[in-house]
Design a protein around this ligand. Sequence first.
Ligand SMILES: [Zn+2]
Length: 358
Amino acid sequence: MPSPLNPQLHNALLKAFGDVHIANEGETFIPSKVIYRGRQSSEAAHSGEYYSVDCPFCHGRKKLWINHMWGVNDQGEDHLYLAWCYRCEQPSIRETQKELREQVFPFSYGLRQKRSDLPTATSPSEGETISAPTPVAIPVGLLRFQDDVAASAADYLRERGFDPFELDEKWGVRYCPYANNVKPRILDRIVIPIYTLRRTLQFSQTTEVVLAGWQSRCIGDDPSGTPKYMCMQGLKKSQLLYGLPQAVDTTGPVVIVEGVTDVWRLGSRAVAVLGKAVSRTQQQLLVRHFPGRPIVVFFDDGAKAEGNLAAAAIRAIRQEYGDRAPVVVATPPAGRDDVGACMPDEAWAAVWAALPGK
Ligand SMILES: [Zn+2]
């Protein structure tokens, strides 16, 4: 008797199609393959257990392959890439996906599988979606730093040790004198776009870079009244890692920091959690996008406890997925309060010092 990883799905397929062949039996789905700007990272995804059945669209014998994670954690419309006919290339759109879903789960379509019904190993793709991203309202009147009007903003960034043109080039940072088309309104602030990776509507695990929103920052350190950082209304900070698209394109250790300026300081091998806590979704993004890479949590001096908590959480979730790469905590060098206050060399020295065997 076969013991499929997802007995509920396997049974439903047996009922719907009569005969099911199991491939890669007992192997778990590991979504770690990332393609960015056409280049594939070295970690190959492991597709895990598949059920092949006769295709209801083209009747190709055992041509429709359905992953054991299909229908888990979705509403029947996401994760299109988990079911695929090698002959007719269906279901390739939501409508055909829905048709298949109705055929396999005729009485429960539209209902989520209950937690207790799920196979024990689930994919760290919870919270991700391949649906079209919500359009992001872009502030009007964004200026580049060579514009005269942006001179004081550019000077402020230089004072803090950043090259405004590099921030433009590398991170898309702009200056906004005034914008009333967005919430909250912007008056004399630096605008920082936040990009993320999303799955595309394809069978493969290709991802694309999309704009998730923005943060704005006031010019200067102690403004009266307005907060230092303001987020676009509706920005789901806890679902994002600032710098993720750049970081997946690198190798070696990945540094987890609090804010955007920390990432600017360390460069593209750092991502910011935009706060002092690493949410479950952020932990899953780390598992998925940085398999096998050492992780260094580098929070501000005043957030040591939060940094230790974050490292423990990342270590625990990595263990769930069998990833034993080190997760360590770095502390700012003496006399520096945070990563942003360090010179890049100092910050990286603290990172290397935290890693075992260095
Ligand atoms: Zn087919």
